[in-house]
Design a protein around this ligand. Structure first.
Ligand SMILES: [Zn+2]
Ligand SMILES: [Zn+2]
Length: 135
């Protein structure tokens, strides 16, 4: 078998089950099958973009989920270690059982800047925008 016919045979075999563009499913030419995953650079770009977006969206979902979950944390307050959830921390703060610095240290996500007086305050309900002094 000559080299030419060998290549021709390989080519025929290749097109029976060709490599396809990962983005648009276009067949990648036999000659480029080893160096390409996409039919052109715009397909490569859009494929990489969508995949990057998916990944960052997953991370975002994970973050927002972990914020919603109220696992209890070990908090050092007045020399005592207590296990409380975020909601409990907020309640205890408003009952003057925990001080502001403790909240800031262990539940920093509860700290908001008041839109009226621009001072930091502890959220009592989720997404509170103003401290109670400004109400
Ligand atoms: Zn393509
Ligand atoms: Zn305020």
């Amino acid at each position: 078998m000559s080299f030419e016919s060998y290549v021709k045979r390989q080519k025929e075999l290749y097109y029976k089950n060709p490599k396809r563009c990962l983005n648009c499913n276009e067949i990648i030419p036999f000659e480029e099958r080893n160096k390409k995953k996409f039919c052109n650079s715009s397909c490569a770009a859009s494929y990489n973009n969508t995949h990057r977006e998916t990944k960052s969206k997953e991370t975002r979902d994970k973050v927002s989920k972990s914020l919603k979950e109220s696992h209890s944390r070990e908090v050092l307050s007045n020399g005592e270690i207590i296990k409380i959830t975020r909601i409990q921390a907020s309640i205890l703060y408003y009952k003057n059982k925990i001080d502001f610095d403790t909240i800031k240290k262990f539940f920093p996500e509860l700290i908001r800047i008041c839109t009226i007086c621009k001072k930091e305050f502890v959220m009592k309900v989720l997404d509170e925008k103003m401290c109670r002094y400004s109400l």
